[in-house]
Design a protein around this ligand. Structure first.
Ligand code: M6R
Length: 617
């Protein structure tokens, strides 16, 4: 939900740097963009609706050593140039970009309007620069009240090296932030001060430590070409930098915070499209290797966590969207393989489960980005009850990874397409591995998964994708599509629907096969495409019977299965991988969704109305 990048340092092409960085954050939102550069003529702002990918970085060549930029996913206020970030104060000197929501913006807006502030947008963000401006006006009086110590705490580091702003901009940002309600990350700059100031309560902000200066961004790809050394801003913290030194402090108390510099391992190359036209197809194909990487876990750690699940008084699995479907699949893994009951809830519904939580309970939070607001909220609820949290995440250094008691990384590498593909199969692989560890059969689980990875490697050849493309061609005009599954293929039927809906905009719905005759079968007409996800397991005959019921009503049956069946009008063959069947069965659907999107003229990497990382509740 929105991407932010700021740079301050010795380089004089800050505008170009932030535009290039923003292009690598476009997965976070892409309805409008904006750039602010501090130049000799003052702050120059350009913003517009549309994608940052269409903007030429060389249009921002004017000399500047301090700049910031924003790509938006609209929450408050429509998609208009006025609502695009950055937003500015009345005097045009305070400039702000936001990721998140200022929940009490209406009240603040009324208060500021009564003091004469004029607003030009309908966003919540615009109250921020106006309130900072107001705080700067009032600071002389407040400084006396708060005493000299606090003023020095606001930014003692660079104060000796840069002209001391008067009134103190960083202190004004801090005071303004203390009045905001909601989850947000902001970056601010001021026309008279060579500083970048940022604060976080909920939405991610990461500092990139480069040789020539500092970046502050929503995610590491924004600055990975300049540096792989980062410092993480935690919730309730702010940071101020003049490009030479940096000071982290507690937002509330102003107390200085020590930060470690951390080297991140994802290389810039890993987040490029390479030979592929879209990230989505590249990431689908990367499943040839990513499942084996997910399985490569520390054996002792997996065994300890398996024990923790067995010992917990109540284990709850939470995630959102596709990650939630990995959690649902894990319910089946833990039940069928380990005979152990766990509870799944979509993270956004977990609030109502708090009565079941005890200090001996365990929450397993599953997320690709590690920044999903609802999943973080579920973790907060569990922690407030004293329960422990295990995170299964992809993004290194993400909020979920850092806030959990135990973290397992799925090692899928950056996932840039909005549609989650390789992260899902990596999450399921780790959860399946844990299920085997719970019965003391971790080596068997590892072997099963490594064999599955090898089978996927063989399966994902050009002939295979071309065949699925022909099926996409055949059904691309259909307005509705239904997917059925049973057992661990049931959550995969739900996931299939998400995948097809989000990239192709075809109406798709997933069902437990046995539920059809209780209502949904009324939707089937002659030629309606119906996909049956079939395994070679104890429920195979049931799901085949459900496919026969659909065919009897005119359904056009596409079977995804290890073995052909007469009921299939089209058969997409998948390897027979026993307990890992759900992992392979979803892959042809990912390919089908991709080709449906492309054939229908949609951009599978940036579907309408969506963003990769959902950092608002
Ligand atoms: O980053 P997360 O795994 O926490 O994200 C959860 C969902 O937002 C995500 O899976 C979403 O449903 C994807 N667009 C699905 O492809």
């Amino acid at each position: 939900m929105c991407g932010i990048i700021g740079y301050v340092g010795r380089r004089t092409d800050a505008g170009v740097l932030v535009v290039e960085g923003l292009k690598r954050l476009e997965y976070r939102g892409y309805d409008s963009w904006g750039v602010a550069c501090k130049t000799e003529e003052g702050i120059v702002i350009r913003k517009d609706v549309g994608k940052i990918s269409a903007v030429n970085p060389s249009d921002f060549l004017q000399p500047s050593s301090l700049a910031m930029a924003h790509t938006r996913w609209a929450t408050h206020g429509g998609v208009t140039p006025e609502n695009a970030h950055p937003h500015v104060s009345c005097d045009g000197k305070v400039v702000v970009v936001l990721n998140g929501i200022i929940e009490n913006f209406e009240e603040l807006r009324a208060e500021l309007a009564a003091k004469g502030h004029r607003f030009v947008s309908t966003t919540d963000t615009e109250v921020i620069p106006h309130l900072i401006e107001e705080e700067m006006k009032n600071e002389g009086q407040r400084t006396e009240d708060l005493g000299q110590r606090e003023k020095e705490n606001a930014f003692p580091g660079p104060r000796s090296q840069v002209p001391s702003p008067s009134p103190d901009f960083a202190a004004a940002v801090r005071r303004a932030c203390l009045r905001f309600e909601g989850r947000f990350g902001i970056v601010a700059m001021h026309a008279d001060v060579p500083l970048l100031v940022a604060a976080r309560t909920g939405s991610p902000l990461i500092v990139g430590v480069a040789e020539d200066g500092y970046f502050i961004a929503s995610d590491t790809p924004a600055f990975i070409r300049s540096t792989a050394t980062v410092q993480y801003l935690d919730d309730g913290e702010m940071v101020v930098t003049d490009g030479q030194s940096i000071l982290f402090s507690d937002l509330r108390t102003g107390e200085e915070r020590e930060k470690r510099e951390i080297a991140i391992t994802w290389s810039a190359a890993e987040s490029q499209k390479g030979e592929y036209e879209h990230y989505m197809l590249k990431e689908i194909m990367e499943q040839k290797q990513s499942i084996a990487r997910a399985v490569n876990q520390d054996i002792d750690q997996i065994e300890t966590l398996a024990r923790a699940i067995l010992d917990a008084q109540g284990t709850f699995l939470v995630g959102c969207g596709t990650a939630a479907k990995a959690c649902m699949a894990a319910e089946y893994f833990f039940s069928v393989i380990a005979g152990h009951h766990v509870n799944f809830a979509p993270a956004s519904e977990f609030k109502l489960y708090h009565r079941f939580l005890k200090p001996e309970s365990l929450l397993i939070a599953v997320s690709q980005s590690g920044e999903t607001a609802d999943t973080l909220e579920a973790m907060k609820i569990a922690k407030s009850k004293g329960a422990k949290v295990l995170a299964i995440v992809n993004a290194e250094g993400s909020s979920i990874a850092r806030e959990a008691d135990y973290t397992l990384h799925i090692n899928a590498g950056p996932e840039r397409a909005v549609a989650s593909t390789k992260a899902l199969t990596g999450q399921m692989a780790v959860l399946l591995l844990i299920a085997y560890a719970m019965i003391g059969k971790l080596p068997k689980g590892r072997t099963r998964l490594l064999e599955t990875a090898a089978a996927i490697n063989d399966m994902l050849n050009p002939r295979y994708t071309e065949f699925i493309e022909t099926i996409a061609e055949r059904i691309q005009q259909s307005s509705d599509l239904y997917i059925i599954g049973k057992g661990w293929n049931y959550p995969m039927a739900l996931e299939s629907a998400i995948k097809i809906q989000e990239v192709s905009y075809v109406h798709a719905e997933g069902f437990a096969g046995g539920e059809l005759k209780h209502g949904p079968i009324a939707l089937i007409e002659k030629g309606t495409p119906c996909i049956a996800l079939v395994g070679n397991d104890e429920v195979r005959t049931d799901i085949v019977s459900n496919a026969i019921e659909l065919k009897a009503r005119g359904g056009f049956i596409i079977g995804i299965a290890p073995a052909r069946n007469d009921v299939f009008d089209e058969w997409i063959k998948v390897p027979d991988v026993d307990t890992a069947q759900a992992i392979v069965n979803i892959i042809p659907i990912q390919i089908l969704a991709y080709f449906l999107a492309v054939k229908r003229g949609k951009d599978p990497d940036m579907p309408r109305n969506l963003a990769k990382s959902v950092t608002v509740k």
